[in-house]
Write a new protein. Structure first.
Length: 430
């Protein structure tokens, strides 16, 4: 592969592209060392709940430098310098990898930093669960005493910590052990109940029957219980939808406007007029109002909507951050691929960039046009979400138009699904 510039290497680290690991393997780390240090100490993961972490991948990068001792020392010196919970999870999991490989002094740092980290974030999992995996009941006693002392008794993270301990050591043994620690008695009873309610409960919150009355009460905030709006929207009569659309015109508070729009995210608008077009084009509207209005319009096939979308994007390129691309879902023509490509840009806000990527991926699935390949590669290169990047790789394979370099670097991607897809594809080609 061609040597990456400093800027290109930093971009690859932030996105989790496999080319970062490929570069180190071929050219070494050299002057790019500070960039890798920063990536280890500061989590670049956009959505940890969907993507998971990058600890396995970052550990691979560290070991590829041939200087793992430098990074072990770096972690010892910076273990308390985390600024976010995502950073702490990355610290804890990477340190665990290092300890397993022989960096035993890092375990001492984990013990020393457990209490201040728990006080700050009220989450025992990133350090506590890893310590228990190493030292069993000795670590459980140490961590449980601290959690019991400082827990807010409000978060679900205590239940996750307890669940991890039970899976590691056995639930009966954990409960018997904690019952013998007087300082943990109140917290132990709390966390057992929390565990049951959070993981074991099968109770379903009662919802009102989704009819026009319950829907209107929810929209107008008379009843806080949310009916099944999808079920209602799919079964509502044309007369009911016209009535709701008429009400939508009269609502002035944001919550009622947004809730009413949500109905038309699952049912066709009775009419496309200036009112709904103004909702999506007005910069005075909030993101959620504009985005939901775009979702409603995206259900309709209409030359008027296509013309509106082109004019809107031409006059306000930032509209693609709110959902303007979705208007092509049912109104796309082959020449639109070039138009959309010329309007793509990387906004400063990562959530805006994620919106652009998600809307393009939805468009790829709707129209199945190989002419959108360049737009797909743009998403692959720029999306902050590794799961979305994996979706793009799948689509390029479906279109039989995936560049060889994407397959090759996909083998080293930070996201396991992308690695697996590229491994399977490469085996088929071989």
């Amino acid at each position: 592969m061609k040597r990456l510039s400093k800027k290109q290497f930093d971009h690859a680290l932030r996105k989790g592209h496999g080319r970062a690991l490929m570069h180190i393997k071929e050219y070494g780390i050299g002057e790019y060392l500070p960039l890798l240090e920063k990536a280890c100490l500061e989590s670049y993961v956009y959505d940890p709940q969907i993507e998971g972490g990058r600890c396995w991948w970052l550990t691979k990068l560290v070991y590829a430098t041939g200087n793992k001792l430098h990074f072990w020392k770096l972690f010892e010196e910076n273990f308390s310098n985390y600024s976010s919970l995502s950073d702490l999870y990355q610290y804890g999991n990477m340190a665990t990898n290092f300890i397993t490989d022989g960096a035993t002094s890092l375990k001492k740092s984990m013990y020393e930093n457990f209490e201040p980290s728990f006080i700050k974030f009220q989450d025992a999992v990133p350090i506590g669960s890893n310590l228990i995996s190493f030292d069993g009941f000795e670590a459980l006693e140490f961590t449980a005493r601290i959690v019991a002392k400082h827990s807010s008794f409000k978060r679900n993270d205590d239940a996750w910590f307890y669940k991890n301990a039970c899976e590691e050591l056995g639930k009966r043994r954990v409960d018997a052990f904690l019952e013998k620690i007087p300082e943990c008695k109140i917290w132990h009873e709390y966390v057992k109940n929390k565990y049951i309610s959070y993981f074991k409960s099968r109770l379903v919150t009662e919802r009102p029957e989704p009819d026009l009355v319950s829907i209107s009460n929810w929209i107008e905030q008379i009843d806080t219980r949310r009916p099944n709006i999808v079920k209602y929207a799919r079964n509502a009569s044309k007369a009911e939808l016209k009535l709701l659309f008429a009400k939508l015109r009269k609502y002035t508070d944001e919550t009622s406007v947004w809730r009413c729009l949500k109905i038309f995210n699952y049912a066709d608008l009775p009419v496309v007029d200036d009112f709904i077009l103004d909702l999506v084009s007005s910069k005075k509207q909030s993101f959620k109002i504009r985005n939901s209005a775009f979702d409603a319009l995206a259900r309709k096939k209409s030359n008027k909507i296509r013309t509106f979308a082109i004019n809107l994007i031409n006059s306000d390129r930032s509209s693609i951050c709110y959902g303007a691309i979705s208007l092509f879902n049912k109104n796309y023509r082959k020449q639109d691929s070039e138009f959309l490509l010329t309007k793509l840009f990387v906004p400063e806000n990562e959530s805006d960039l994620d919106t652009i990527g998600l809307d393009l991926i939805a468009l790829f699935d709707k129209v199945e046009d190989v002419n959108l390949t360049d737009c797909a590669i743009w998403v692959y290169e720029n999306t902050p979400c590794t799961f979305c990047r994996s979706s793009v790789v799948r689509k390029l394979i479906e279109w039989k138009n995936i560049p060889t370099e994407i397959i090759e670097e996909g083998l080293y991607d930070s996201f396991d699904e992308t690695r697996d897809i590229c491994k399977k594809l490469r085996r088929r080609k071989l």
